[in-house]
Write a protein that binds this ligand. Structure first.
Ligand SMILES: [Mg+2]
Ligand SMILES: [Zn+2]
Length: 193
């Protein structure tokens, strides 16, 4: 059976961006605001070389909330995909949820099944690729990431990104670290169950 690492995107692979309107750090909403962490590619390569399938699992409600366009969201994705591919990294799946229950764009303003902490995408990947979830991992910087992984019995690593501190504190991850590189090194040291 194949093992997977499910990764959150914003605050894990790329920097969070200060939003003047909300006074919070949020997703990048245009390509010029996208900054990947310098250790992201190096970390992902290590996981891939160890045989883990990589999946991105990201909530992107920016369009649903009227903060950006779908074109911008797609361009940011394309930029990330291009960068990763150029560095020899292959994500088996990119799972994005574009919905939000309080959105203002009618087609996307709904309570969906795919928004984290919902584990819809993880179940989909499990079935499609025959994953061994108990020996798989979820890495993210918010409680919702941890809840998502735990809902399907993956192990979990919480990244204590200072800019998302207000989105943590209610979950009990297996491990906590400061960034993706530390998460990767820790993960690769753990024996299989
Ligand atoms: Mg995040
Ligand atoms: Zn959704």
């Amino acid at each position: 059976m194949k093992r997977a690492v499910f990764l959150d995107r914003d605050g894990v692979i790329n920097r969070l961006v200060y939003n003047l309107e909300t006074g919070q750090y949020e997703s990048p909403y245009c390509v010029k605001d996208l900054v990947l962490y310098p250790y992201a590619a190096r970390s992902l390569i290590k996981l891939q070389q160890r045989g883990y399938m990589l999946f991105l699992v990201s909530n992107q409600p920016g369009y649903a909330k009227g903060k950006t366009t779908l074109e911008n969201i797609r361009s940011i994705h394309e930029e990330i995909h291009h960068y990763l591919t150029g560095n020899g990294i292959k994500f088996t799946g990119y799972y994005y949820c574009y919905h939000h229950p309080d959105g203002i764009v009618p087609e996307y303003a709904l309570k969906c099944r795919c928004r984290k902490p919902g584990a819809y995408f993880l179940r989909e990947a499990e079935i499609k690729f025959g994953l061994d979830l108990v020996n798989s991992w979820f890495i993210g910087d918010q409680d919702t990431d941890i809840f998502c992984g735990q809902a399907v019995q993956t192990r979990t690593i919480l990244i204590n990104n200072i800019h998302s501190a207000h989105k943590r504190g209610r979950s009990f991850p297996d491990y906590q670290v400061w960034d993706l590189l530390s998460a990767t090194e820790l993960l690769l040291k753990q024996p299989f169950k």
